[in-house]
Design a protein around this ligand. Structure first.
Ligand SMILES: Cc1ncc(COP(=O)(O)O)c(C=O)c1O
Length: 394
């Protein structure tokens, strides 16, 4: 008898598990979001830093348990601001993990700082704290840990090293909204942390981001610098009769529209529910895919509760692209996310494969499979069925 696992693979001409492709990610947008956006537009306050943006910032600060949340038009601009507010001398060095999105490195680069790429752990793609001190020189001013896949970086160890060397810590939490580290939400573990609300993230405002901090002085400078270096923030809030605002610093145009702010309020209200659905799917995968030969899961950081922004599996390096193609033929999409920074044209001069063994091992073995709140039970079963079928015939 032919069982599903010994049935001919679709990549070899067999029947696929499904003819309706299961996508990798999908935002969850409801009538509530649409209503909120419509109301914001009807209010005619469509420009930046409006009442809905302020409301979103207030609610996000309460949710995370941090003092200041400043809503921005992306996480990339948040990372730029994280360095713009510091005025570090040009050529100071900033340590950035080699396995991350380009934006983590662009923050320091846009501020004339030198990026030093650091290796990551082969089992989860986060900064390898055992190697971290080896990158520190007399010119190092900052470290930028990343919470890859939503799994928080090892912040106790990173902060201890930062304290020892007097370094500024910018946590790129683009992927980890709603994740906890040692009982507290990400956003509480660094000097400043940055979040993304891009359409692929656990909550979205279309495009969007935030920078968060407990430091009043840093927050004050962010409010000015995100608004082209003007003091418009207090002009809008303080109800002082002035009739104009002043140009008090340098800056850029990084505030976010009130339309997106409205969506932030409704998305945030549903975030815990959406993250719970992701956790349920992740538990299902962990249960149903465990014990498959040649398939490993990503290591969750000790003391962390991940938001399961991504679900990664580690597969045999030499078969990775074949597995990806075979899963696609079965109707289940998978991908590799991004390549290590030094493998990209712009970052070629930052090192070679031999400099980043952990990063190369992780990248060579990583595949992402579908996870998002609206993934149906039937689709989850199809993902598991396709993975089992393909791995049975590796
Ligand atoms: C780790 C990391 N940092 C920064 C970003 C940039 O986010 P945004 O698209 O909001 O600028 C991303 C986006 O995927 C990311 O994954």
């Amino acid at each position: 008898m032919t069982t599903i696992q010994s049935a001919p693979l679709a990549i070899n001409g067999g029947e696929p598990v499904t003819k309706n492709p299961v996508l990798i990610h999908k935002p969850m947008i409801t009538d509530e979001d649409i209503r909120a956006v419509t109301e914001a537009m009807q209010s005619t306050f469509v420009s930046g830093d409006g009442p809905a943006c302020r409301e979103f910032e207030k609610q996000m600060a309460a949710y995370l348990g941090v003092k200041h949340v400043l809503f921005l038009n992306s996480c990339t601009t948040a990372l730029d601001l994280a360095f713009m507010i510091k005025d570090f001398p040009a050529d100071s060095e900033v340590i950035v993990p080699n396995f991350t999105y380009t934006s983590t490195a662009l923050g320091p680069i846009l501020n004339n700082l030198k990026v030093v790429l650091a290796d990551v752990r082969p089992d989860n793609g986060n900064l390898d704290v055992a190697k971290l001190e080896s990158y520190i020189t007399a010119k190092t001013v900052a470290i930028c840990p990343v919470d890859y896949a939503g799994n928080p970086a090892e912040m106790d160890e990173i902060n201890a090293i930062a304290r020892k060397h007097g370094l500024y810590v910018v946590q790129d939490s683009a992927q980890s909204i709603g994740s906890k580290y040692k009982g507290r939400y990400t956003g509480n573990q660094a000097d400043v942390s940055t979040f993304s609300f891009h359409g692929t993230k656990n909550m979205t405002t279309g495009e969007g981001g935030a920078i968060v901090t407990n430091n009043d002085a840093l927050a004050d400078r962010i409010k000015v610098m995100r608004e082209k270096g003007t003091d418009k923030y207090s002009f809008l809030t303080d109800n002082v009769t002035r009739g104009y605002y002043e140009y008090v610093d340098k800056g850029n145009s990084y505030v976010q529209s009130n339309i997106n702010g409205a969506m932030g309020v409704t998305q945030l209200a549903r975030l815990e529910k959406m993250n719970a659905l992701r956790r349920e799917i992740a538990s299902y995968y962990l249960r149903e895919l465990s014990g498959i030969e040649n398939l490993d899961f990503l290591q969750v950081t000790e003391g962390a509760d991940t938001n399961w922004h991504l679900f990664g599996i580690l597969v045999p390096a030499e078969k990775k692209y074949w597995i990806m193609d075979a899963l696609r033929a079965e109707g289940v999409l998978s991908n590799v996310h991004y390549t290590p920074l030094h493998r990209n044209k712009y970052f070629k001069q930052y090192g070679t494969d031999a400099d980043f063994p952990g990063s190369m091992e992780f990248f060579n073995r990583l595949l992402r499979i579908p996870i998002y709140p609206s993934l149906t039970h039937h689709e989850r079963e199809q993902v598991v069925e396709a993975v089992r079928k393909v791995f049975a015939q590796l």
